[in-house]
Design a protein around this ligand. Structure first.
Ligand code: FMN
Length: 175
């Protein structure tokens, strides 16, 4: 069983999530390739796909959207898992908000995901550029000022548990 895990990450924290999950799958004996969306050469030849994307402006990062459009034919024939990292998840009612507002976009409708993981992400205000700061200030759709959400909110236990469930789905026995 071979997994291709593709991530889109503006500031690296989603990449770390994808690599962490890749280690879980390797430990479960799954042959796993984890790669940034810009480095994918060919999508063919894998048994399952995991897409991990940060969310900006309520949307998956554009490079993930492009990847899904480009790879749609291959992806639609295989189990595909989606993992989103975002800030909205840490706000009250955040998971429901993300589910209702960030998922039912065109791309989600064209692929059927076996499992969707929604995880609180990370933001370091010192690493974002001026355009991003503007976007966060004026386009972030949460109930709080996004700058008050700075920090690393990733819950590694929850991420591990989700990765384990993906391995379970793919029929891999626990050691
Ligand atoms: C410019 C910008 C826009 C963002 N917009 C949203 C948003 O609309 N909703 C949300 O929940 N999180 C939003 N976030 C938070 C990111 O999704 C979160 O910080 C994520 O963990 C970043 O992942 P990365 O380090 O892989 O880029 C935004 C972050 C930035 C920098």
């Amino acid at each position: 069983m071979r997994i291709l895990s593709v991530y889109a990450s503006a500031h690296g924290s989603t990449a770390e999530v994808a690599r962490f999950m890749g280690e879980v799958w390797q430990q479960r004996g799954l042959e796993t390739v984890v790669t940034g969306v810009g480095a994918v050469r060919s999508v063919e030849g894998h048994d399952a796909y995991v897409l991990a994307s940060a969310v900006h402006n309520g949307l998956w990062l554009p490079e993930m959207a492009t990847f899904v459009r480009r790879s749609h034919r291959v992806l639609s024939d295989k189990p595909v898992y989606l993992c989103l990292t975002c800030l909205r998840a840490i706000e009250p009612g955040g998971y429901a908000y993300v589910t209702n507002n960030y998922l039912p976009n065109l791309l989600s409708r064209t692929l059927s995901f076996h499992r969707i993981g929604i995880f609180a992400g990370k933001i370091d205000m010192t690493t974002i550029n001026q355009d991003e700061a503007w976007t966060l200030a004026f386009r972030y759709d949460g109930s709080r000022d996004a700058s008050t959400l700075a920090g690393d909110h990733r819950d590694w236990n929850a991420i591990r548990a989700w990765a384990e469930r993906v391995a379970d789905d793919l029929g891999v026995c626990r050691a």
